[in-house]
Design a protein. Structure first.
Length: 116
């Protein structure tokens, strides 16, 4: 059971992000009752690292991860998801396919395991 208070818009943003990386079937598992603080942290890392990767993919062959996970930053994770989730919800997100596949594979198992 989740111990995170999320709005319907927050849940929609999380589901849109998960759908963009995986599928609607996988995203259906992410709902207000299943999203944990760990899920939020992982989603924030996924989109932050993917965005960073997408920005530098043409300039740097192997971009380094610029985001180091930290404890106690749930509010930050929700702010990142709210801000970055909007293009995912609208379907207008532009990310490199290479970055999407790489980061998507990196985060899928931990994301699914983080659900409550």
């Amino acid at each position: 059971m989740s111990n995170v208070n999320l709005t319907d818009e927050d849940v929609a943003a999380v589901q849109a992000i998960v759908t963009a990386f995986y599928s609607k079937r996988i995203a259906g598992r992410f709902h207000a009752g299943s999203i944990t603080p760990e899920t939020l942290d992982l989603i924030a890392q996924l989109i932050t690292e993917t965005d960073e990767c997408s920005r530098w993919i043409d300039a740097v062959p192997n971009p380094k991860d610029l985001l180091a996970p930290a404890n106690g930053i749930r509010k930050w994770a929700i702010r990142v998801i709210r801000a970055a989730g909007e293009p995912f919800v609208r379907g207008s997100v532009k990310i490199s396919l290479t970055c999407k596949l790489t980061r998507g594979l990196q985060f899928r198992s931990p994301l699914e395991a983080s659900l409550g």
